[in-house]
Design a protein around this ligand. Structure first.
Ligand code: SAM
Length: 220
C-alpha cells in the first residue's frame, strides 16, 4: 500500500500545492546535512499553514524544529509583527534550521531555542500566551509538552500533536515502545481534559500511516 499512498500524495501535491523552490531547497539542505527525513510532508505543511491562517495566529510555539521545514510553512503565514518560537535539542538541527530560515527570509520572525525543550519551556517565564502550538519532538515527553502547552495557552489556542497513530501501534495497551506509551498518555490527557475540544485524524501518504491531534482550548 505504501507505494499507492505515496503516489496519491505526489499527485495531490502536484495538483494542489504550487511549486516552491525555497521549500524544496530547505529539504535539499536538510538532506545534504544528514538530517533525518522526518519533517512533515508538503500536504501536512500546507495544513499547518492553513491552520495558522484560520486562527489568525500571531504567536506560535513549535516543539521540535529539525531543519525548520514545518517552521517555514507556519512562519510564512505570520503577520509582520508575528513571532514563532521553535525548540530544538540537537545543535546541528538548530544550526541548519537557522540557516534555512535565514535563506527563506523569515529569520526575523523566528527564534530557534537550542536545548532540551522541557528545560526551555521551564525557563520561558511570564509571557503572553501562544495562539497556536505544534508539538512534534520526542514522543515520550508528549504528556509534559501538553502540560506546558496548556500553561502557555489562552482560550482559543490551538494545540496540534503530530505522529499520534504510529502505524496503528497507538491502540496497543501493552506496548513497550516509549514513544507509543507517550502518545497514549498524551491522548488520555487530551480526552480527559474538560478544557479541551479534541479530534484526531489518521493520515496515510508519503510518510506512511500516522496521524495528528487537534485540540482547541475552550478555557484555562
Ligand atoms: N517539526 C519538524 C518538521 O516537520 O520539519 C520535524 C521535527 S522532528 C519529527 C523532531 C525533532 O525534535 C528533531 O529535530 C529532534 O532533534 C527534536 N527533539 C527530540 N527530542 C527533543 C527534546 N527533548 N527537546 C527538543 N527537541 C527535541
Amino acid at each position: 500500500m505504501q507505494q499507492k499512498w505515496s503516489a496519491v500524495d505526489e499527485y495531490l501535491v502536484q495538483k494542489l500545492i504550487p511549486q516552491d523552490e525555497v521549500l524544496e531547497q530547505v529539504l535539499a539542505n536538510n538532506q545534504r546535512a544528514g538530517l533525518p527525513a522526518i519533517d512533515v510532508s508538503p500536504m501536512q505543511g500546507q495544513l499547518l499553514a492553513l491552520l495558522v491562517r484560520m486562527v489568525r495566529a500571531r504567536r506560535i510555539l513549535e516543539i521540535g524544529t529539525l531543519g525548520g521545514y514545518s517552521t517555514l510553512w507556519m512562519a510564512r503565514e505570520l503577520p509582520v509583527n508575528g513571532e514563532l518560537l521553535t525548540l530544538e535539542a540537537e545543535p546541528l538541527h538548530a544550526a541548519i534550521a537557522r540557516e534555512n530560515l535565514h535563506f527563506a527570509g523569515v529569520a526575523n520572525l523566528v527564534t530557534v531555542a537550542e536545548g532540551p525543550a522541557l528545560q526551555t519551556l521551564e525557563s520561558l517565564g511570564e509571557r503572553p500566551p501562544f495562539d497556536l502550538i505544534f508539538i512534534d519532538a520526542d514522543k515520550p515527553n508528549n504528556p509534559s509538552y501538553l502540560k506546558w502547552a496548556l500553561h502557555y495557552s489562552r482560550p482559543g489556542t490551538l494545540i496540534i500533536g503530530d505522529n499520534v497513530v504510529r502505524n496503528g501501534e497507538v491502540t496497543n495497551p501493552t506496548t513497550t515502545d516509549a514513544s507509543v506509551q507517550g502518545v497514549r498518555k498524551f491522548i488520555d490527557m487530551l480526552g480527559n481534559d474538560p478544557r479541551l475540544t479534541v479530534t484526531a485524524m489518521q493520515t496515510v501518504g508519503m510518510k506512511g500511516w500516522d496521524g495528528f491531534t487537534l485540540a482547541w482550548v475552550n478555557a484555562i
